[in-house]
Design a protein around this ligand. Structure first.
Ligand code: SF4
Ligand code: SF4
Length: 376
């Protein structure tokens, strides 16, 4: 069984959040079940953009503050970091009020500055993610419950998208984003690279409507927590009244037989959701996952913003393994050359993974180079 704990927390008053967190984590074994003395514990809030806490775009600093305190009480060393969608990391941390609580509590603000290439067992074979995220002994995921105009919901799993640094985020929108299901697969693959140890959702004030950044704050007065972010998201979506057919990540997880999305195997603890009577959230009109750009601009941008496979001619023996392995079948052999249809290439890099001769390289688009998709 996957446990998801729900607690009522009416406001961001420090004492209420602190007491609510204690009650919330009790059924999961308390903070001691997740943090050992001396461990470096990365708190990963949602720091999408530099907005004040009352805009409900970012995780509220009061929750970040109280989780820092909890980690310290267990002897852990709290670090706080995220890579924003818009703006600099420090600028967003300052405007969202997160930097002030980091400094007040003597925690460390970690800039996601280095990237590491990691292999994935999913459809997408490689990701370049923040090394700081991988190096932490523990990760506590602190998403905000919000509607999302591309994926309907952003909560625990989508929050992990922040481990892609700088231009890598729009690049992934361009790589996988022309198909919502494909983008859901990319989000899942990325989440599974290193699932967080614990997810605590800020649903005291959530966001409905045109989320994740232009919706309206909605007071829901709740905190949710669980080990499996997929289970946490499923329950959060239920509370927000989001129909299952609009939960693209969860549907993909069901297809893959992943743990955590079988509703019958989720055990709820704490407050009974039936007693909450939350009115369903106003949902966004689902938009194109590539920001509604015209096709010709998308193609040009995709090539400039993404990485793509390329043949190393003197190593390639033209065995055809990559041609067979390519899910959308976009590779052909023409004479001595491999030809890629980059407009249809989903950048999964299965070809590179399966090449017996290491005859495929990864070339970066020019904008990706300029805006720092690659770590130092
Ligand atoms: S799998 Fe490798 S060696 Fe074989 S055709 Fe593709 S690039 Fe060439
Ligand atoms: S060419 Fe095919 S296998 Fe290679 S990255 Fe593109 S879609 Fe994936």
């Amino acid at each position: 069984m996957n446990r998801v704990s729900i607690e009522k927390v009416p406001s961001y008053d420090y004492e209420e959040v602190s007491a609510g967190l204690q009650r919330l984590l009790e059924p999961l074994g308390g903070i001691g079940a997740f943090v050992r003395p001396g461990e470096r514990v990365l708190l990963k809030p949602n720091m999408l953009a530099g907005k004040p806490p009352e805009a409900a775009v970012t995780t509220h600093p009061a929750l970040v503050r109280e989780v820092i305190r909890l980690v310290q009480s267990a002897g852990g060393i709290p670090l706080v970091g995220d890579s924003p969608g818009i703006g600099t990391q420090r600028g967003v941390a300052k405007k969202s009020g997160i930097m002030a609580v980091v400094e007040e509590c003597g925690a460390e603000f970690v800039e996601f500055a280095r990237t590491t290439e990691v292999a994935s067992k999913g459809l997408f074979k490689r990701f370049e993610v923040a090394a700081e995220y991988l190096e932490a002994d523990r990760v506590i995921n602190l998403p905000k419950l919000k509607t999302h105009e591309m994926m309907t919901l952003t909560c625990g799993v989508k929050n992990i998208f922040g481990i892609l640094v700088g231009a890598a985020k729009p690049a992934w929108h361009m790589q996988a984003g022309f198909d919502r299901e494909l983008f859901a697969r990319a989000l899942l693959d990325l989440y599974l690279v290193r699932p967080p140890d614990l997810t605590i959702v800020d649903a005291i004030t959530s966001m409905e409507g045109d989320g994740p950044s232009s919706g309206e704050p909605r007071h829901t007065g709740l905190l949710l927590a669980g080990v499996n972010a997929l289970s946490v998201d499923l329950i959060a979506a239920e509370l927000a009244g989001i129909p299952k057919h609009l939960l693209f990540v969860e549907q993909e997880a069901v297809k893959q037989g992943l743990q955590g999305v079988d509703r019958d195997k989720i055990e709820l603890c704490g407050v009974d959701p039936k007693s909450l009577a939350i009115q369903p959230f106003r949902l966004p009109p689902l938009s194109d996952v590539q920001f509604g750009l015209p096709g010709f601009i998308k193609n040009a941008l995709r090539n400039q913003l993404t990485t793509r496979p390329e043949q190393i001619a003197d190593k390639c023996i033209l065995c055809g393994a990559c041609v067979k392995a390519c899910p959308p079948q976009v590779i052909t052999i023409e004479g001595q050359k491999l030809k890629f249809d980059y407009r249809r290439c989903i950048r999964c890099f299965c070809c590179r993974e399966l090449c017996p001769e290491k005859a495929l390289t990864v070339r970066q688009g020019i904008l990706l180079k300029v805006f720092g998709g690659k770590g130092k």
